[in-house]
Design a binder for this molecule. Structure first.
Ligand code: HEM
Length: 424
């Protein structure tokens, strides 16, 4: 880790940047994951100011910036996420936009649900679904890894949560959950499809919450459907029906998002036969390092937004109360001051890596209990490692196809979905 990663001020002050009044919404949307980093590199800054959707915004990248962003005394998430993204991806009044005690209380529900037992249970169920889907179609039938992973992961997490997955309509629900994820960064038809999918998934989850509350469904009390339906807020009130439904979807939908990482892992195994062999041979450390590198290297969650609670200065940059800040997750995971040759896929960098809460931040930084960091990282790693091992051992053929992925599409995705022909 370099000196810059420890917080040395190398940035030009915001006031010295002449472009601070320019609205960068369009170029950000157009250029995607690399836009913030490129501008930082051009300005030789750790932060810059510009307008985003018309409002003054400070853009941040790097370890010390991440540390700042997760300082709860300086920033709040209330009102930070633009409305269309928030209502499509997370729902209203859900954990992502809460603050202080209300956030802490709601977050505890997620952390309680997503403990080590949950990781073991979901991955055990996923193993059965992988087996069923991969052996139920006879030898030498092509599969599209992305579609298989969406169905397997959705079925596994919903079985675990206490939701029926053997219903003929379930594959359609799994597809809708994936559509919510696929549309969050788009302004066109993908976004419209995501909004429709959110409404359908909310209605589906509302049915479960109502059934538990009305006594028509009796899941064991530790199941996610029961926990979320019966959860009481910090003042002892049941969550409004739509909020409870959205929070239930907020357990299921991000788990389905692991299908994106599994697909990238399929691509990476194809490109790195040496690592595939090590993993297939049972090298546990190699498996974990490979999956960490998949999370670091491949583009998924691009950046996060917050608002300043007060006026303050940081490394020569001025933050004003209520002003928006954006933390570049992808840029931090590719920051050359933190990562040697960041644009190379090299799992070896994680073989001797010591956990640091602010350098590897594909799922947010800081502490999950006291801040907004993702509570699903252990589950993500569990499902990703399981699928990666399965793929490495399966040694399926990878026929000619379009394996490219675009850094201007958010969220990015392998174009072909990674077509595989399992060996008979
Ligand atoms: C592909 C895998 C995943 C990625 C890339 C991802 C990414 C993220 C990111 C970037 C955040 C925002 C952190 C912040 O605001 O500081 C987040 C929050 C969250 N994630 Fe994940 N996540 C993934 C998987 C999961 C899983 C498996 C679950 C649960 C089963 C989950 C549940 C949540 C919840 C509830 C939050 C809100 C936390 C809060 O606001 O306090 N995520 N995730």
């Amino acid at each position: 880790m370099s000196a810059a990663g420890t917080g040395t001020a190398t940035a030009a002050p915001v006031d010295a940047v002449p472009e601070r009044h320019r609205d960068v919404s369009l170029p950000l949307w157009w250029y995607g994951y690399r836009f913030i980093s490129r501008r930082m590199d051009r300005l030789r800054a750790t932060a810059f100011q510009a307008r985003l959707l018309g409002s003054p915004t400070v853009f941040l990248r790097g370890r010390s910036a991440a540390q700042l962003f997760y300082d709860n005394t300086k920033f709040t998430r209330v009102g930070a996420i633009p409305g269309p993204i928030k209502s499509t991806l997370f729902g209203r009044d859900t954990v992502h936009g809460l603050d202080g005690h209300a956030h802490h209380h709601r977050k505890a529900m997620f952390l309680g649900l997503l403990d080590d037992d949950a990781v073991e249970q979901v991955t055990d169920i996923a193993a059965l679904h992988w087996h069923e889907r991969l052996t139920g179609r006879g030898p030498r039938r092509r599969i599209v890894l992305f579609h298989e992973a969406v169905q397997v992961i959705a079925a596994a997490v919903c079985d675990w949560a206490g939701m029926a997955t053997r219903h003929p309509e379930f594959p359609g629900i799994a597809t809708e959950l994936a559509r919510i994820v696929d549309g969050f960064g788009s302004a066109g038809m993908r976004h419209v499809r995501a909004r429709v999918a959110r409404l359908r998934c909310r209605r589906w989850a509302r049915g479960y919450v109502s059934a538990v509350r009305d006594g028509r469904l009796h899941p064991p009390p530790h199941r996610a459907v029961a926990v979320v339906a019966r959860h009481r807020d910090e003042r002892g009130r049941l969550l409004p029906l739509d909020v409870a439904a959205d929070e239930l979807v907020n357990v299921i939908r991000p788990t389905v998002a692991v299908a994106w990482l599994i697909t990238f892992a399929g691509l990476a195994l194809h490109r790195e036969p040496g690592w595939a062999e090590r993993i297939a041979g049972g090298d546990r450390a190699a498996l974990t390092a490979f999956c960490q590198e998949v999370r670091r290297y491949y583009p998924f969650a691009p950046f996060l937004a917050a608002r300043a609670r007060k006026d303050f200065q940081w490394q020569g940059h001025r933050f004003t109360r209520g002003g928006r800040v954006v933390l570049d997750l992808y840029g931090t995971d590719h920051d050359p001051r933190l990562w040697d040759r960041p644009e190379e896929f090299d799992p070896g960098r994680f073989l001797a890596w010591r956990f640091d809460p602010f350098s590897l931040i594909p799922q947010g930084g800081g502490d999950a209990a006291s801040g907004h960091r993702c509570p699903g990282e252990a589950l993500t790693m569990g499902l990703l490692e399981q699928a990666t091992l399965l793929l490495a051992r399966g040694r399926a053929e990878v026929p000619r196809q379009n394996l490219s992925f675009s850094l201007s599409r958010i969220p990015s995705r392998v174009t072909s979905g990674v077509v595989l022909v399992p060996r008979g």
